[in-house]
Design a protein around this ligand. Structure first.
Ligand code: G
Ligand code: G
Ligand code: NA
Ligand code: MN
Length: 254
C-alpha cells in the first residue's frame, strides 16, 4: 500500500524518466531503433527499477496512466529526434497486460501518434506471449487494427511464455525478441544455442524480424552473426541511457 501511494504521488509529481537502449542491425552495427524503458527517480530512494514497481502498477491499475505517459513521451521524443535528422530511428514501447486488455488501446495509440505527429511506422509495441495466447478474438482484432495503423508488433521474451505456436500463424506479428535467458549461456549450454538457432530459422521462415536481447559478449555476437540473426540489443553495445546520453552515443557511433 505504501508503494501504491508513492506511485500515485510519483505520477502526479512526474518522477519518471524514459531511458533508451539501442537496437542494432548486427552485421552493419547500425542503430535502427531503441527500446524505451521506464525509470523512477524516487526523491529519497534514488533510481527504482521497473521490475519493482510495474507489478504494483499493474495490480492497482496505475499502469494505465503510467503506460499512457510512457507511450506519449516515447513518441514525442522520437519525433523530436526525427526532426533533428535521425529519421531512421524507430521506438519500441513495452505494453503491460492490463494496457493491452484495455478496450480503447487502439484508439489511445492512434490519438497519441496523431498528437505527437510521429510517423506510424516508427512505433513498435512489445507484448508478451501470455497476452496473446489467451487468444481471444478481441486480442487478434486489436493487433490487426494496430497493424492497419502501421504500428509494428513484437513478441518480447520469446520462448519463455507458452508452447502453443499457433498464435504465430494467426496473429499479425512483425518481430520476435529472443529472451535474454537463452542468450546468456549460449556459449556453454548447447541446448540454449540450439533453441536460438531454431528461433532464428523459424522467424525467417515466417517472415518475421528477430532480435536477440541481452547480448553481452563478443562471443555471443559472433555466434549470432554466424547464424544470421539480423538484430541485437544488449550491454555489449550499450546499456539503456537517458535521452540526451542516448543521442550523444548515436552521434559518436555514426
Ligand atoms: O529496464 P529494466 O531491465 O530494469 O526493466 C525491467 C522490466 O521492466 C523489464 O521486464 C521491462 O520490460 C519492464 N519495463 C520497463 N519499462 C517498461 C514500461 O514502460 N512498461 C512496461 N509495461 N514494462 C516496462
Ligand atoms: O523484459 P524486457 O526484455 O523488456 O527487459 C528489458 C531489460 O533488460 C531492461 O531493463 C534492460 O536494463 C535489461 N537489459 C538490457 N540489456 C541487457 C543485457 O545485455 N544484459 C542484461 N542482463 N540485462 C539487459
Ligand atoms: Na521489452
Ligand atoms: Mn524482453
Amino acid at each position: 500500500l505504501m508503494l501504491e501511494n508513492q506511485l500515485r504521488e510519483a505520477i502526479e509529481k512526474q518522477q519518471f524518466a524514459l531511458y533508451y537502449q539501442p537496437k542494432l542491425e548486427l552485421h552493419s552495427r547500425r542503430v535502427l531503433g531503441m527500446e524505451a524503458l521506464i525509470r523512477w527517480h524516487h526523491p529519497t530512494q534514488g533510481l527504482i527499477s521497473p521490475a519493482d514497481f510495474i507489478p504494483v502498477a499493474e495490480e492497482t491499475g496505475l499502469i494505465v496512466p503510467l503506460g499512457q505517459w510512457v507511450l506519449e513521451e516515447a513518441c514525442r521524443q522520437t519525433q523530436e529526434w526525427h526532426q533533428q535528422g535521425f529519421t531512421h530511428l524507430r521506438v519500441s514501447v513495452n505494453l503491460s497486460a492490463r494496457q493491452f486488455a484495455k478496450a480503447d488501446l487502439v484508439e489511445d495509440v492512434r490519438k497519441t501518434l496523431e498528437r505527437t505527429k510521429l510517423s506510424t511506422d516508427a512505433l513498435e509495441l512489445e507484448i508478451t506471449e501470455s497476452m496473446v495466447v489467451d487468444a481471444s478474438s478481441s486480442a487478434n482484432e486489436k493487433l490487426v487494427q494496430l497493424r492497419q495503423l502501421g504500428v509494428e508488433i513484437s513478441i518480447d521474451d520469446f520462448g519463455t511464455g507458452y508452447s502453443n505456436l499457433q498464435y504465430l500463424k494467426r496473429f499479425p506479428l512483425t518481430s520476435l525478441k529472443i529472451d535474454r535467458g537463452f542468450v546468456r549461456d549460449l556459449m556453454v549450454d548447447r541446448e540454449d544455442a540450439a533453441i536460438i538457432k531454431a528461433i532464428i530459422l523459424m522467424a525467417r521462415g515466417l517472415g518475421l524480424n528477430v532480435i536477440a536481447e541481452g547480448v553481452e559478449t563478443q562471443e555471443q555476437l559472433d555466434f549470432l552473426l554466424e547464424h544470421r540473426c539480423p538484430m541485437g540489443q544488449g550491454f555489449l553495445f550499450s546499456p539503456p541511457l537517458p535521452a540526451d546520453k542516448f543521442i550523444e552515443w548515436i552521434d559518436s557511433t555514426e
